[in-house]
Design a binder for this molecule. Structure first.
Ligand code: VG1
Ligand code: CO
Length: 542
């Protein structure tokens, strides 16, 4: 058996997990001891590891394989009985959650910086998911961070690298490494939730779609499910081979970064349906022909049509959304007579609600949608849910969404991101907003009902999370919200979320940037964005 070595080390500053794990430049992660310290801090924070099984995999980005070899040798040194690794080190975030739950493992380590670019000069990331399958809650991420600040050694075995490309079991020290097919369990789960027969019939009858995997992890999943199992024509999946640098792309499924897909869905001859997913497979963008569905609307429409999907035929227990997500899903919940929950940004806050059976569908405005089938948001799940709804209703995406607006009214919505701004300026801007007391004030034609910094008390475990975003809410329910991103690796990103309810169906077709123009100006003025950041326009508008 290989000898366990104890390697002395010293803490690195800043190993604090953000909205979704620890994300840094590859160059930071590749420093001696950096990854090792964090992994040891995880192992030290989650209890007795003896005899347990861990799931490990990632989105295939640069440094994925190197990191996995290190984690395997550290897991062997720390007493794990077995580590399950996706073949080639590949495992989408929702598939990791699926496997953790199905095989009742002691959680998993997911290597991903999600929608951030990959490559030697780009980003890498790591996070621990708990045995329930979801991202570790704040109490655990805080314990991990505290441990990184006092760490003095880590354990690792000396051994040759493990073959990650051949399915099967092999020994590593006293531990078993099981390399498994990263797609099979996930595909089976999808088949249990959706009406594959109806979707297959739609494709056979000429329904056409494009799925843009953005050279990231969903390529193999989408090819197997859409083309092999559902009979979509070959070529339905674009950019389907995972590349370490995502083909120099930015694997974020939005109108700016998924431009190939947007182009393919434009014009009279375009396919009926388009979708894209992000680096690690948990995000989704939904398009119809010449039609973009906002993530908030997507959650609302899927919730309103959930019973068309066999896995949800008995209805939903509740709908949860992150605070900056539009209130469109709340309107559906009200009509269905089920609870609507409002949580801070980040999927980790949905876990307790899903575990407790208080919510079935969850979503975030940031292209995240999912359900209680796993404990992560799930890009392909959302795509299949839409396919199921489209196959049964036999209407276009645009018709379904506009009919939804006529029934419920439209929550007109947009997010403006100011990326790579100076961190001190960003902090100053947020402090300035926090200091305002605006109740009763008139801004343009709007009167402020209240403003606050969103705080959340988890209704299941009572844990409290403060400073989760500045809200300025107006008397008619319109609002602007300000947050700083917790996933970036360079400077700061300011996110401004703008929302207004439009009951009048004759105005539903208006471009949100036009319909929200007054609120956009109010938000810029309130936050003094130009004066404080030097920016006159956002970097990305979604
Ligand atoms: C962003 C999104 C948030 C999402 C998170 C992780 O966080 O706004 O809704 O949960 O990314 O998504 P932030 O702190 O940058 O706003 V993923 O697909 O990057 O893991
Ligand atoms: Co992601």
């Amino acid at each position: 058996m290989a000898a366990v070595k104890t390697i002395p080390t010293t803490p690195f500053s800043g190993q604090k997990p953000g909205t979704s794990g620890l994300r840094k430049k590859v160059k930071v992660f590749a420093q001696p001891h950096y990854l090792e310290n964090f992994v040891q801090a995880v192992f030290d924070s989650i209890g007795d590891l003896g005899g347990k099984t861990l799931v490990v995999g990632g989105d295939g980005r640069y440094h994925n394989r190197t990191a996995i070899q290190t984690i395997l040798k550290m897991a062997a040194a720390s007493g794990f009985a077995k580590v399950m690794v996706g073949r080639g080190g590949i495992l989408s975030t929702p598939a990791a959650s699926c496997v953790i739950r199905k095989y009742k493992t002691f959680g998993g380590i997911i290597l991903s910086a999600s929608h951030n670019p990959g490559g030697p000069d780009e980003d890498f990331g790591i996070k621990y998911n708990i045995p329930a399958g979801g991202p570790a809650p704040e109490a655990i991420t805080e314990a991990i961070y505290a441990r990184t600040q006092e760490i003095s050694s880590y354990k690792i075995i000396e051994a040759a690298d493990v073959d990650l490309d051949t399915i099967g079991e092999r020994g590593l020290g006293g531990m078993t490494v099981q390399v498994f097919d990263p797609v099979a369990d996930y595909a089976e789960l999808m088949e249990s939730l959706f009406d594959f027969g109806a979707i297959r019939a739609a494709f056979a009858a000429g329904f056409r779609m494009k799925f843009d995997a953005m050279h990231a992890v969903t390529g193999p999943y989408a090819t197997e499910i859409l083309e092999n199992r559902l009979g979509a024509p070959k070529g339905t999946v674009m950019n389907g081979v995972p590349l370490e640098d995502f083909g120099h792309g930015h694997p974020d499924p939005n109108l700016v970064h998924a431009h190939d897909l947007v182009e393919a869905l434009t014009g009279a001859g375009a396919p009926d349906f388009g979708a894209a997913s992000d680096g690690d497979g948990d995000r989704n963008m939904i398009l119809g022909r010449d039609f973009y569905v906002t993530p908030s609307d997507s959650l609302a429409v899927l919730a309103a049509n959930a019973t068309l999907c066999p896995g949800y035929a008995r209805g939903l227990k509740g709908i949860a959304r992150s605070m900056p997500t539009s209130a469109a899903p709340d309107r559906v919940a009200a009509k269905l007579g089920i609870p609507a929950w409002e949580t801070p940004t980040g999927w980790k806050f949905f876990g307790t609600l899903l575990d407790a059976g208080k919510a079935t569908f969850c979503g975030e405005e940031s292209f995240g949608t999912g359900s209680d089938h796993v404990r992560e948001k799930d890009g392909l799940w959302a795509v299949l849910a839409w396919l199921n709804v489209l196959a049964v209703r036999k209407q276009s995406v645009a018709d379904i969404v506009t009919a939804h607006w006529r029934e419920y009214g439209r929550n007109v919505y947009s997010r403006h991101d100011y990326e790579g701004i100076d961190s001190a300026a960003a902090e100053g801007l947020m402090e300035h907003l926090r200091g305002l007391s605006l109740k009763g004030e008139r801004l343009g034609t709007y009167t402020v009902a209240f403003n606050d910094d969103f705080a959340y008390t988890d209704p299941v475990d009572g844990s409290v999370s403060k400073k989760q975003g500045i809200r300025v809410v107006f008397e008619d329910g319109s609002r602007v919200v300000f947050r700083l991103s917790g996933t970036g690796t360079e400077g700061a990103t300011l996110r401004v979320y703008i929302e207004r309810f439009e009951p009048d169906a004759t105005k539903h077709h208006l471009d949100p940037q036009v319909a929200l123009a007054d609120l956009i100006t109010i938000a810029r003025d309130l936050a003094q964005i130009e004066a404080r950041t030097g920016r006159t326009e956002p970097t990305v508008i979604t």
